[in-house]
Design a protein around this ligand. Structure first.
Ligand SMILES: [Cu+2]
Length: 355
């Protein structure tokens, strides 16, 4: 008996150690996505025909864990071809899932469905977007959405985050608002600018409680270069394109271009107050040539008096405009009805070739 116990103990110890180092089982997620033609109210005087994932701009959040397997059925309900590129994944052993027309697959034709099978092979702030006629469909037609892949081994700082803010930046051309198949050439003029598909005053505030540890994820979803300035705070820039920086650094302005993502973390360390948070590229805070417009938001601390002259004193608040609520819901695909457009009326069409 004594001898048996002596053997049993080391075996139990080894089993326990193996359990401790074994990677968590990868989850499998199956999602349905559509691409729809809807009209988006980008600004009070700009109604825009977009191609929208699940009828919303930006598209729904995909939130998974590193190593998970994704099966995503994409149905094209529009009148032109599209694909979906999953920007950031390496597609090891799955190159046909990279979503580039005529290189990894034919475009998904109107009425067709294509199934993407992907491994979340890399963590961080990623995104998805169409890869057909990218300059139009992605540049000025709203075909993008966020992917957040939680890392298997998060950094000490990211474990402290209490509030997530996802901001996707893009531009619009009022001249091409009601015509699919045209725009976004060097001869077209961008005259509206947005965060999460809306231009001020249709953007939303970021509401803060003292002590919140806020993680802002910035996405260059359109074709412009942005310079984001957060008033009243310094943040620590922690990730570039989803990857942790070897040496995170402090700043209050971040410049980023098309396709880039930056993550920055800051502490809401004021007792009260309102602090603007805006693009410092001056023309980006205009709409049809007039100030104010574009990607302007305001950090509002809880308990700050709503002065009667405050520009957003009567604002209808959407706590999920920056995906803050969606990011609390665990893993899955999360739609936001408030970001949906309205069913498009019959569109005028340009003559550009589809690919
Ligand atoms: Cu497309």
């Amino acid at each position: 008996m004594i001898r048996a116990r002596g053997v049993l103990f080391p075996i139990l110890l080894i089993c326990g150690w193996m359990l401790a180092i074994a990677p968590a089982q990868a989850a499998k997620h199956e999602f349905n996505m559509t691409i729809d033609e809807v009209e988006l109210q980008v600004a009070p005087d700009l109604n825009y025909k977009v191609f929208a994932f699940n009828s919303q701009v930006p598209g729904p959040l995909i939130h998974v864990k590193e190593g998970d397997d994704l099966v995503i059925h994409v149905k094209n309900n529009t009148s032109l071809s599209h694909t979906v590129h999953w920007h950031g994944f390496h597609q090891i052993g799955s190159w046909r899932m990279d979503g580039v027309p005529d290189i990894t697959q034919p475009g998904i034709k109107p009425g067709e469905t294509f199934t993407y099978r992907i491994k979340a092979d890399r963590p961080g702030t990623l995104w998805y977007h169409c890869h057909v006629n990218v300059n139009e469909h992605v540049g000025i037609r709203g075909m993008w959405g966020p992917i957040v892949v939680d890392p298997a081994h998060p950094t000490a700082l990211e474990k402290k985050v209490t509030k997530e803010v996802l901001m996707m930046f893009s531009t619009w051309e009022s001249k091409n608002a009601d015509k699919y198949g045209v725009g976004s050439t060097p001869y077209d003029v961008e005259d509206y600018f947005s965060v999460n598909g809306r231009s001020f005053p249709y953007t939303q505030p970021i509401r803060l409680k003292t002590g919140d540890v806020v993680r802002v994820r910035l996405f260059g979803a359109g074709g412009a270069i942005h310079s984001l300035h957060i008033h009243g705070h310094d943040w620590t820039v922690t990730h570039k394109d989803g990857l942790p920086l070897p040496n995170p650094y402090m700043s209050e302005t971040i410049m980023f271009g098309p396709g880039e993502r930056y993550d920055a973390i800051y502490i809401a360390n004021h007792k009260e107050g309102r602090f603007i948070f805006h693009d410092h590229v001056d023309k980006h805070v205009t709409a049809r040539g007039k100030f104010p417009g574009g990607p302007i938001t305001i950090q509002e601390y809880e308990g700050t008096p709503m002065d009667d002259w405050y520009v957003w004193k009567d604002k209808q608040y959407d706590p999920d405009f920056f995906y803050t609520e969606s990011m609390k819901k665990g893993y899955g695909l999360f739609e936001q009805p408030k970001l949906r457009g309205k069913k498009a009326k019959k569109a005028r069409r340009g003559h550009r070739s589809n690919l």
